[in-house]
Design a protein around this ligand. Structure first.
Ligand SMILES: Cc1ncc(COP(=O)(O)O)c(C=O)c1O
Length: 400
């Protein structure tokens, strides 16, 4: 470890010529507080199974909520699009032109989102970090839920405007902030997730829209964890509501990667001109567009699959609550098991791994201090037997 204070750090740089002193310090701090992130090598076996160190395990770690990432139809269409269009998009669409497969995917997404237009982007992270700065100027105020994803948090910071954080899903607090600050800003943008990634609870979209409408605030909703699973045709909780910009990803239930925004025609033209993540990045690769097209075919006929998935989630929650676990306010296919201390979350994750179940421990800064957890991510590909095995494994854990 190099140093604790700035003065000492400066002295160290000259003394040892170690320009990376901060790396040692950061890694050591994380290690000491049980917050060090490391990569776990896995071999994917099936949508519900992975192999770790030669051992086959049931995975409750992936966001492959419908088990589509290895579906034959997605693979076939990805190959079809590769043969027809090639492996890469070769440049930004504003530079090398617009492929017909991009336009037709966007048309489909707009229709499914009940919006005039949709735009696809190469990743959800990229979308959030560039969408919010595109919407805001220095005289704007962004109001963001305190549990929003890191990409939204970063997008808010990059917007370089005023920022207010409202307590998680507390719409009275949101209303107070808007009514107090409305007149001080040229633009107000309210941003939330619809299904929160670490908690599996839901935003109240109707309430959000109602409050925002009264103050002419722009509403942006990140549907990353709802798309494929919840809402009309499984296309998210904002479909058919008054949300101005629906952001969704293809990287989770749709088994591919990338993201889209669905909005008015005028806003889409604005984003084509002002959203850096769209303008200055090579477009989504054609094989991925093929896979997404196939995933949408399957999502539209998966109503029963979705119902069954949510039934499994209800069962997991009820079983865990009966065992005395804290599953927060989850009401979806994401079920946190909140244990508190980092060490306990790591211990629970290891305990499950010893029982051939793969989950990860989520610790600060990904979740607030004191709420470390394992995150159970349920998939339609999990059998009832898998679920029973999970519950049984959790029931045999003894707290540190
Ligand atoms: C709520 C939310 N938004 C955006 C993203 C980023 O999406 P992507 O993984 O497609 O970059 C994530 C990723 O986990 C997320 O949970």
């Amino acid at each position: 470890m190099r140093s604790n204070g700035n003065m000492e750090s400066k002295a160290n740089i000259t003394a040892h010529q170690d320009k990376f002193w901060f790396v040692d310090r950061e890694l050591e701090t994380r290690r000491a507080s049980h917050r060090l992130r490391t990569l776990v090598p896995i071999v994917p076996i099936s949508p519900r199974e992975v192999e770790i160190s030669g051992k086959r395990m049931i995975s409750f770690a992936s966001n492959d909520y419908l088990g589509l990432s290895k579906h034959p139809l997605l693979k076939e269409r990805a190959i079809e699009y590769t043969i027809r269009y090639g492996t890469g998009a070769t440049a930004s669409r504003l530079v090398c032109g617009n492929y017909d497969c991009m336009e037709s995917l966007e048309k489909r997404l707009a229709e499914l989102s009940y919006k005039e237009k949709a735009l696809i982007l190469p990743s959800g992270f990229q979308t959030n970090v560039s969408l919010l700065p595109a919407l805001a100027d220095k005289d704007s105020l962004i109001i963001s839920d305190e549990l929003n994803h890191a990409s939204i948090v970063l997008g808010c910071r990059l917007a370089r405007c005023s920022l207010e954080i409202f307590p998680h899903n507390d719409y009275d607090a949101l209303q107070k902030i808007i009514s107090k600050r409305r007149d001080q800003f040229s633009r107000i943008i309210v941003v939330t997730e619809s299904v929160f990634s670490m908690d599996g609870d839901r935003a109240d979209i109707d309430r959000l829209v109602e409050i925002s409408k009264n103050f002419s605030a722009i509403v942006v909703v990140d549907e990353a964890h709802a798309v494929g699973v919840l809402g009309t045709n499984g296309m998210g909780l904002s479909v058919g509501s008054g949300v101005d910009i629906i952001m969704g990803t293809f990287s989770k239930a749709l088994g591919a990667s990338g993201a889209y925004v669905a909005c008015s025609e005028k806003l889409a033209s604005y984003l084509i001109n002002c959203c850096a993540g769209f303008i200055y990045s090579t477009a989504m690769p054609p094989p991925v567009i093929g896979a997404i097209d196939a995933a949408l075919d399957l999502v539209l006929t998966s109503e029963e699959v979705r119902r069954e998935l949510l039934k499994k989630a209800d069962y997991v929650r009820a079983s865990l609550k009966a065992l005395g676990f804290n599953t927060g306010f989850s009401s979806t296919h994401i079920v946190p098991v909140i244990v508190g201390h980092e060490k306990e979350a790591l211990d629970l994750s290891q305990h499950l791994r010893n029982k051939d179940i793969f989950t990860l421990a989520f610790r600060p800064p990904t979740v607030p201090p004191g709420t470390s957890r394992i995150r159970i991510s349920l998939s339609a590909s999990h059998s009832w037997e898998d679920i029973e095995k999970l519950v049984e494994a959790l029931s045999s854990w003894t707290r540190l």
